[in-house]
Write a protein that binds this ligand. Sequence first.
Ligand SMILES: [Zn+2]
Length: 370
Amino acid sequence: MKLHWFLPALVGTVLMATAVEAATLEQWRFDQGQNQLEIKTDQRVQPRAKLLSRPTRLVIDLPGIVLGRPRQSQSVGGAIRSLRVGQFDRSTTRIVVELAPGYTLDPKQVRFRGLYANQWIVQLPEPQLVPPSEPNESDEDIIVGQRPLEVPPETVILVPFPEQKGTSPATPRAIAPAPRTSLPPLRTPNSRPIVVVDPGHGGPDPGAIGIGGLREVDVATPIAFQVAELLRKEGIDAVLTREDDRDLGLEPRVQLANRLNANVFVSIHANAISLARTDISGLETYYYDSGKELAETIHRSILESTGVRDRRVRQARFYVLRRTRMPAVLVEVGFVTGAEDAPRLRDPDFQKRMAEAIARGILRYLRLER
Ligand SMILES: [Zn+2]
């Protein structure tokens, strides 16, 4: 499965949702730090947007979408005052981003990015103060890129068509600002867990080089891919940070996990020390804060089934551990420089056993082990 970040407009048709296909808005949230609105519906959607004047507000319509049960407003404060969501007409959900008086934003800089056909990120520019001499009086359409072509099968949730109780077109109601709370998860409580699996390094960065030229990336990648595959078989939304051998910095790996609001982040690497210390072999599993239990569970699972040396669960300030907002671990599956580890790490059977052990540890941590 490929991640569809943003596909160019390959298809010009807009899917019109029929009554049978009525979809709902599952979740939305505004991340004030990043000026980003995230929208998740249970089926595909092609948003439309406009900047309206007097008062200045950004309006995002979700055609074919009825309001599910997400919360209806979020107060932000500052130049972006609040966001509210309402049923605009029978089949359109409307999200209104309200700006503080005297502020506007450049509609050309509002970016819609389809993460999936049912999941969009709206990046808002920094609002600007409007000089009182030139108030903006006109409404401006915002160009929204075509939706990605696919809803990933893992995230399609079919819902029964909700009863229409004589709904009539209505503008969204203004709702008293909700108390400021932490950001809600971008998924429903009963939806499947999301696990982000991160194969370390990639592309021009092979990671450490060990005995006989064994490259860390060639160990971490097949193990990570197999972990994701095993988890998917167990009904988990396993998302890889990279699906091929590409160059990927640390920040996008973390951003993906945070944006998906994953339950768990697992980064897979292989360790190295100098080739003069081939006597050092063994497993190390790292966490920074909330990942301790996850680290211990995965670590134990690997020791149980692979017989590798135990070099303990450790705490470290790795970027991917510090910046992820969920329990996160980094597994150093063995030393590419270790006389004992290196031959095993390049063995596909051992890689498979390692992947199974990591997947089992994740399932155990999520209380999903069969
Ligand atoms: Zn590494």
